[in-house]
Write a protein that binds this ligand. Structure first.
Ligand SMILES: NC(=O)c1ccc[n+]([C@@H]2O[C@H](COP(=O)([O-])OP(=O)(O)OC[C@H]3O[C@@H](n4cnc5c(N)ncnc54)[C@H](OP(=O)(O)O)[C@@H]3O)[C@@H](O)[C@H]2O)c1
Length: 247
């Protein structure tokens, strides 16, 4: 089976080649893309990173949780099952075709030094983290003022960020269906087309419906105190609310 990196390279080639439009070539490629799931390096294995990683592992993704004390992640790995393992932050970033960033914003400057250049080479950094000055101090305040994606782009130039699940409580992750029926939506922002596509597939694969509400500068509406979203809305409700938001 082709691996995820080969598929991404091939997708780029197809985009450039343009003329390779035979339906059979495309459908074979689409099948391969559906079959191969990117490996996910997870930075931050607390309530939210642990919950999302567990859901991904159960959905067939190979995941590596990370912590500054990876030896403390044994129970999480055991609960997530055979597709999960644990390592240091550097190991998880090296392992992942893509990265999930689920930490307090106070951790970002250290992470930028530790793994920023490697993250910049990934097709997707899925940022679930929210800035909170009360919790994250000066870095939280800075990210709040600049906007989280803008803040991250300065710290880690070149990273392809998509933000999502920011307004979904960790307790909802194992329950992607609304009590009223139907999938929960998750409001997301992103600009890089390939990153948005990979992130959207990942969200669908764990049972949620991605709703891209716009570019990264709308990310400030995904978390408290400005959020319009609460993790308990249907995709249609999110789309309706998104129409009322102005950058
Ligand atoms: N909880 C939710 O329902 C929820 C929902 C949406 C978004 N979020 C956002 O997701 C992020 C994580 O929230 P959480 O509730 O999961 O927090 P948490 O349970 O406190 O976990 C935080 C994680 O961040 C890691 N971390 C902290 N500083 C680090 C550093 N310098 N380098 C590497 N890892 C570091 C910790 O790893 P160590 O093991 O190394 O300490 C820990 O695994 C926050 O930004 C939060 O706003 C949370």
């Amino acid at each position: 089976m082709q691996n995820f990196r080969a598929i991404i390279r091939r997708r780029h080639f197809l985009g450039v080649a343009g003329t390779l439009s035979a339906a059979s070539v495309f459908s074979k490629f689409a099948f391969a893309a559906a079959a191969a799931k990117p490996k996910v390096g997870i930075i931050g294995a607390g309530r939210m990173g642990g919950g999302l990683g567990t859901a991904l592992a159960k959905a067939g993704y190979q995941v590596m949780f990370s912590s500054r004390k990876p030896e403390e992640l044994k129970d999480l790995v055991a609960a997530a099952g055979p597709n999960a393992q644990a390592g240091t932050v550097e190991q998880a970033v090296a392992f992942g075709d893509i990265a999930l960033l689920v930490v307090p914003y106070s951790a970002m400057p250290a992470l930028a030094k530790q793994v920023g250049p490697v993250l910049a080479k990934k097709p997707l950094v899925f940022d679930v983290s929210n800035p909170s000055p009360q919790r994250d101090g000066a870095e939280g305040e800075k990210a709040l003022q600049e906007g989280p994606a803008e803040y991250l782009a300065k710290l880690m130039p070149g990273i392809k960020v998509v933000r999502g699940f920011n307004s979904t409580g960790f307790a909802s992750i194992p329950s992607p269906n609304l009590p009223s029926g139907g999938r929960r939506g998750t409001a997301m922002v992103g600009e890089d087309a390939k990153a948005v596509e990979i992130a959207s597939t990942l969200v669908r694969d764990i049972g949620f419906e991605p709703v891209i509400i716009g570019p990264l500068n709308l990310g400030k509406y995904l978390y408290r105190p400005s959020t319009y979203f609460n993790g308990n809305q249907s995709p249609d409700e999110i789309r309706a609310i998104a129409k009322t938001i102005k950058p």
